[in-house]
Write a protein that binds this ligand. Structure first.
Ligand SMILES: Cc1cc2nc3c(=O)[nH]c(=O)nc-3n(C[C@H](O)[C@H](O)[C@H](O)COP(=O)(O)OP(=O)(O)OC[C@H]3O[C@@H](n4cnc5c(N)ncnc54)[C@H](O)[C@@H]3O)c2cc1C
Length: 350
């Protein structure tokens, strides 16, 4: 008999779950607290090939990115990225495409509806918590807690910053705890995405005024809000995962489950992959397939990234610099002693 699946959250993980469950013949309803599903905070860098969106959307730039560049006070060290190709695109475009696809498969949406797991768990054969972090579906406290978190924000800005892109698209800026980073990505000919991330000590979603304070304190840069880009977003991200990905007839996916690469704060591919597999498993009536998939395919990267994140944070800057140099040397990458244009760019922006 056709399974019924209720999903909380219509972002990457929820939409992915909805599409795959409906493709497998389930009756699916998605609850989303926002009215507009294209509103989301994300830096819009994706690993290609994970998304169920087989071709890059229009206007998508495609990179074969090779390096992270770590910036220290007097030198920049390039180390290789773990994957070799990235899409840089409008997240809203992918999300809209997924939403339309889900509707084509007969998925029903209840937009503007904030739901708790407890409110819908009895109405469906399976419920998928795809509500992001911190989970607002009642998951925290209902099952387990995930505490540590990072914060990130991004801007889309207009203008030609090509002189800053000659080396790479990713830039890692080392704060005293080695956990601050910045990315710089040309999205189109005249649009650039700039993102900033750092470990966050409180559970509040960062306000732009907090970001301003952060920059003033750490970089002695002040932000003029009137001059920042046309589009901006900010949010918090988990730095730990749950222990159990299923509880009776409930599956926890994406950021609600803490599935992320914590060292680079990337969660899009985990959200889409975990959503997809939970949807298939629910439609087939076997959530344990989802649990097995997470454990065999996703957890290795999640757990290694957590270990790295912790280790990096405990290192002194000098030790960290030595490690970076070792990796760079081993990979035949560049160490360049240049004037740091990057901070110049930040000053220009803020
Ligand atoms: C500023 C920023 C930049 C980022 N940049 C990148 C990047 O470049 N690349 C990358 O891979 N990852 C990035 N990430 C991480 C990535 O955005 C997340 O990992 C990914 O969005 C997680 O998807 P999700 O579907 O699990 O959760 P989310 O995208 O958080 O979606 C959860 C959805 O559930 C809805 N919801 C929540 N509670 C309820 C409720 N009670 N009832 C109904 N609906 C509810 C929310 O409104 C939301 O739509 C970034 C994150 C931030 C904050």
């Amino acid at each position: 008999m056709e399974k019924t699946v209720g999903i909380i959250g219509a972002s990457y993980s929820g939409l992915s779950a909805a599409i795959s469950a409906a493709k497998e013949g389930a009756g699916v309803k998605v609850y989303e607290k926002k009215i507009d599903i294209t509103q989301c905070a994300c830096g819009e860098i994706y690993t290609s090939g994970w998304y169920g969106v087989e071709t890059p959307p229009k206007n998508c730039r495609y990179y074969a990115a090779k390096n992270f560049i770590f910036h220290f006070s007097d030198e920049n060290i390039a180390i290789p990225l773990p994957r070799d190709s990235l899409w840089v695109t409008e997240r809203a475009a992918i999300q809209k495409k997924m939403y339309d696809t889900a509707k084509d498969y007969g998925v029903k949406f209840n937009l503007g509806a904030s739901k708790l797991i407890t409110e819908i768990v009895k109405d469906y054969d399976y419920v998928i918590d795809a509500s992001g972090f911190p989970s607002q579906s009642g998951y925290e406290g209902y099952f387990e807690k995930i505490r540590p978190q990072a914060a990130a924000l991004y801007y889309d800005v207009s203008g030609d910053f090509s002189e800053y892109f000659d080396k790479d698209l990713h830039f890692w800026w080392t704060t005293s705890d080695n956990h601050g980073y910045v990315w710089l990505i040309p999205k189109t000919e005249d649009k650039t995405n700039i993102g900033i991330g750092w470990e966050n000590k409180t559970r509040e979603v960062p306000k732009f005024k907090d970001i301003k304070t952060f920059f003033q304190k750490n970089l002695k840069i002040s932000i003029n809000y009137n001059e920042v880009g046309e589009k901006r977003g900010a949010g918090i991200l988990p730095l730990d995962r749950v222990k159990h990905f299923t509880h009776d007839n409930v599956a926890i996916v994406g950021e609600a489950a803490g599935l992320m690469n914590y060292t680079v704060e990337a969660g899009a591919h985990f959200a889409i992959a975990s959503g997809r597999e939970s949807g298939i498993a629910a439609a087939k009536g076997s959530l344990s397939d989802y649990d097995n998939y997470v454990k065999s395919e996703l957890l290795k990267e999640v757990d290694i990234s957590k270990m790295l994140y912790k280790k990096i944070g405990r290192m002194s800057q000098e030790k960290f610099r030595k490690v970076c140099k070792g990796i760079a040397k081993g990979a035949g990458m560049e160490i360049f002693h240049s004037k740091v244009k990057f901070l110049g760019l930040l000053r220009h922006m803020f």
